[in-house]
Design a protein around this ligand. Structure first.
Ligand code: ATP
Ligand code: MG
Length: 818
């Protein structure tokens, strides 16, 4: 059985519903068909989750990433894969209630489950090595918004201004604002109408205001701006008339309660709600991210799902179009999130996804027990239907209606009564697959899942499984600062007027500075803002390399602190500042450090300016990644993850194309050969039949001639006829042999062709694997003339000078405030 096919998912085997027989025909599903989305319906226990786990496993093996929303907690089972299939592997995860019910000890039950899985897998042609392959193909993670049982998720990013253009995407962005506001108000128990509710209108206006100005929001900022709105006019009324200040205050208080509650802190920590991070590891390995939301309240679930879907849409819109499957969005138990009549905030983004995701290669898969839970309009966008056993006639009718409109959308006719009969006869793990890309529906039984389907995990088990894994660390080195604590404090030193002086902005208040110290039980903090002199150099480097399509202007800004001796740029630190951030006046009530000897003269700064150009020329380079297989370079502003994701998708598209070409080529040859073979076989049958009939004829003819002799008839004719018959029989025998040889020749050719096809496919697969290998690093250096130093100036950098007490005693320290 060969089910490791490129770009095709092994979901099971065809099943003859009339005889109840499992057929030998594999059910291979073309991954690309998922870009038109799939719906999976069936009553409880019909095997929906099992089927979708199969599908996710296949996606993982094919390096297709997935975002998985898991309201019940059983998709977490994707992490329960045990290549060794040993009872000890199963033991921590078995359902002890099940063991008890069966009257077995935990050990015996674990052994039984291990056996069950080993046998089940082998019956479906799968073994340990396939489980191993699954584990190696993708990274599986469980995220738990609002809890640290799995990896917590920080929702802060979902308030950041989306990187989309307001003029071009106004409708989409407004939908997003609306959804965000409804979900947020849902958290404080308000079911607000976007058109009538004052609260909704105000918040939506505020968010739009900030986002239009490309200003990232936080909940805190949003709440503060409710009291002091930057938008003064709402419709024809002044904001205070529309929504008086006192009443706004009570809305702000209500929202503040969310932030103030101790539990809410966990919503602000962890992996940022940023889609690429959920689709791949920082190193670019395919990831399946399971969002476990079983522990959340309905309003919290709605809030999270809405935020997540919105992020998916924004991310998706920044991707290039494709026809190959790029990623999956899967939601188990869609109940309540995509209803036919009501309009919860999750509905609009889901609908948008169903309508638009196809162009971006994002496939949506939804499951439900209850077809009446699903929005009818949205479902006409689903190209694949997995229909399991249904409980009621009403459910069946509903599904058939949905199928009918999805089919008519695809221009196909549907035999409803035939399908209705089939659906009524479906058993456990048997599904009717209706795919608008295929000619006719098929029934199939799902293959045995590699993951141990033990059912929903509790939060404690999730914790046990994830073992306190931290969110990804983004590798961003923090600039090191030397605390320049010595030197007397003076007031505004007098400096030669030909030295350009600038002030770095203060970006950190005392509270944050103290928090950053990370010292427990500190008290009696006294603070003073001081300016410490340093030199700042700014400018641009231009990296060009036509062959590698690099044309990148990169700004640089370095901060060089005064130390002992001659200042050298090698000791400078990069600083995140642009010419616009620079101030020309100091903050009030600030003290100044003395200017060191090494930087108090104009010629010294001049020298530093010259040194800077050389320093940048020698030390600045950008590193591109190069894939020798695809002959592609990364872009300068592309991370390894983004580059890998781009290449994987490019390689996937290429692979799908090649497989298509190959299939077409061989299909034709196989069909021609098959026809020849069939004809040869038919001829053989005919010859065989002829040969045996000849034998009978001989008997009869010989009999006749013998009879003729006795009866005195003239027998010469008959005798000679018998001879002819005998001769004919001999030739018939030879013809049979010849026909047999013919059949053999075609059979052999057929086998050779099949072998050839296998080898060519393996070649494509190997190439595809190769593209996922390591990359070379290619440094691009600037030419000297490509370094442009715009400014080298004496810069006053603000610091907090802190005096505080802890258990040991009093301390003095200086912390950067820029
Ligand atoms: N592919 C599979 N491989 C092995 N066992 C399976 C598979 N699919 C289903 N099962 C078994 O059948 C049980 C019920 O299936 P499943 O949980 O998939 O049903 P469901 O349709 O999702 O039900 P619900 O609507 O209650 O979630 C599973 O717990 C598992 O034991
Ligand atoms: Mg289920």
């Amino acid at each position: 059985m060969d089910f490791e096919k490129l770009g095709a998912f092994y979901l099971g085997k065809e099943y003859d519903i009339t005889t109840g027989e499992l057929l030998d025909q594999l059910l291979m599903y073309d991954a690309r068909d998922l870009t038109t989305h799939a719906v999976c319906v069936g009553m409880t226990g019909s095997g929906k989750t099992g089927l979708c786990i199969d599908l996710l496993e296949e996606a993982a093996i094919d390096h297709v990433p997935a975002l998985i929303i898991d309201p019940k907690g059983d998709i977490t089972n994707l992490l329960l894969t045990f290549p060794e299939l040993q009872p000890e592997d199963f033991k921590p995860w078995i359902n002890t209630d099940d063991a008890r019910r069966k009257g077995l000890t935990v050990d015996d039950f674990a052994a039984e489950q291990a056996d069950l899985w080993r046998n089940g897998l082998s019956k479906w042609g799968q073994d340990a090595s396939r489980i191993q392959m699954l584990q190696e193909s993708a990274d599986f993670k469980i995220y738990t918004p609002g809890s640290d049982a799995g990896i917590p998720v920080s929702i802060l990013q979902s308030f950041a201004a989306p990187p989309l253009n307001w003029d071009e995407e106004a409708e989409l962005l407004r939908e997003r604002v609306k959804g965000t506001v409804t979900a947020l108000l849902g958290l404080i128990g308000m079911d607000a109408d976007p058109v009538r509710s004052r609260e909704h209108i105000l918040l939506a206006n505020l968010i739009e205001h900030f986002w239009r100005n490309k200003e990232d929001l936080t909940l805190r900022k949003l709440i503060l701006s409710i009291q002091d709105p930057p938008v003064r006019q709402l419709g024809v009324f002044d904001v205070d008339t529309f929504f008086p200040e006192k009443e706004r205050f009570s809305l702000a208080m209500n929202l503040n309660n969310i932030i103030a509650s101790p539990g809410f802190q966990s919503w602000l920590q962890g992996q940022p709600l940023d889609i690429p991070g959920f689709l791949s590891t920082p190193q670019g390995k395919t990831r399946h991210s399971i969002f476990y939301i079983a522990h959340l309240s309905d309003a919290e679930r709605m809030f999270f799902v809405t935020m997540l879907l919105n992020q998916v849409i924004t991310w998706m819109r920044t991707q290039p179009g494709t026809t190959s499957l790029r990623a999956l969005v899967y939601m188990d138990e869609i109940f309540g999130f995509f209803p036919p009549v009501a309009n919860p905030p999750s509905k609009q983004p889901m609908l948008t996804l169903l309508k638009q995701a196809r162009a971006f290669g994002v496939g949506v898969v939804l499951t439900t027990q209850n077809p009446v839970d699903l929005d009818y309009k949205g479902l006409t966008n689903a190209g694949t239907w997995f229909i399991g056993r249904l409980q009621t006639e009403r459910d069946k009718l509903r599904v058939l209606d949905g199928l009918e409109s999805a089919s008519s959308e695809a221009g196909q006719a549907l035999d409803k009564s035939e399908l209705s009969k089939i659906i009524s006869d479906l058993g456990k793990r048997v599904f009717l697959l209706h795919n608008v890309h295929e000619g006719a529906p098929v029934t199939f039984q799902t293959r045995w899942a590699m993951s141990y389907l033990r059912g929903p995990l509790t939060r404690t088990q999730v914790r046990q499984l994830m073992g306190g894994q931290p969110p990804d660390k983004e590798v961003k080195p923090l600039p090191q600062t030397k605390a320049a604590a010595e030197g007397p404090l003076t007031v505004s030193p007098s400096i030669s007027p030909d030295i350009q002086q600038i002030y770095l902005p203060m970006r950190k208040d005392v509270r944050t500075a103290v928090q950053d110290l990370d010292i427990k039980r500190l008290s009696d903090v006294q603070s003073q803002l001081i300016y410490i002199p340093s030199v700042v150099g700014m400018g641009f480097v231009h990296f060009t390399d036509t062959r590698r399509k690099v044309d990148e202007r990169e700004a640089f800004a370095l901060l060089l602190q005064a130390g002992n001796g001659v200042p050298r740029w090698e000791e400078a630190e990069p600083i995140d500042i642009s010419p616009d951030d620079i101030l020309h006046d100091p903050e009030p009530d600030t003290q100044f450090h003395q200017l060191p000897e090494s930087m108090n003269q104009q010629r010294e700064l001049k020298k530093l300016q010259e040194d800077l150009a050389t320093h940048i020329y020698r030390n600045r380079s950008i590193t591109l990644l190069y894939s020798s297989v695809l002959k592609e370079y990364s872009h300068p502003d592309e991370s390894e993850r983004e580059f890998r994701m781009r290449l994987t998708q490019a390689a996937r598209e290429k692979r799908d194309e090649e497989v298509d070409k190959l299939t077409k080529k061989y299909e034709k040859r196989l069909r021609t050969l098959g026809n020849k073979l069939r004809r040869a076989e038919a001829k053989l049958d005919k010859k065989k039949a002829k040969a045996s009939s000849r034998k009978q004829e001989i008997a009869v003819s010989v009999g006749e001639s013998v009879l003729g002799m006795f009866m005195g008839r003239r027998s010469t004719r008959t005798a000679s006829k018998a001879m002819t018959k005998y001769r004919q029989s001999r030739t018939a025998g030879m013809e049979v042999k010849e026909a047999e040889e013919n059949v053999e020749v075609f059979q052999k050719e057929m086998q050779e062709l099949e072998q050839e096809l296998k080898e060519e496919t393996a070649l494509i697969a190997a190439e595809w694997d190769e593209t996922l290998q390591e990359f070379e690093e290619v440094p691009i250096k600037p030419r000297k003339s490509d370094v442009q130093v715009d400014m080298v100036a004496l810069a006053w950098a603000p610091y907090w000078s802190l005096i505080y007490k802890d258990r040991i005693g009093e301390h003095t320290t200086v912390v950067p405030a820029y």
